[in-house]
Design a protein around this ligand. Structure first.
Ligand SMILES: [Zn+2]
Length: 70
């Protein structure tokens, strides 16, 4: 159950509550909303970051090799 707007769920998953607080809850303070928005965004970007950093590091390695061959 949401402690701010008192919405109830039959099956309470923490992720449902998190996204409810971040996106739906009208009674929760902006501070709390921003906290969960950042929390969810950070969790999402963790997966993206891994593949992005691997891709960008191999990309810069290629560029460096090409540059040293010149
Ligand atoms: Zn709520």
């Amino acid at each position: 159950m949401c402690k701010f707007c008192h919405k109830k769920w039959q099956c309470a998953y923490i992720s449902i509550l998190q996204s409810h607080l971040a996106n739906e809850c009208t009674d929760c303070p902006e501070e709390i909303q921003n906290y969960w928005l950042r929390f969810i965004a950070a969790k999402d970007s963790l997966d993206d970051d891994d593949s992005a950093s691997i891709a960008s590091s191999t990309d810069s390695n290629k560029k460096r090799k090409v540059a040293s061959n010149d």
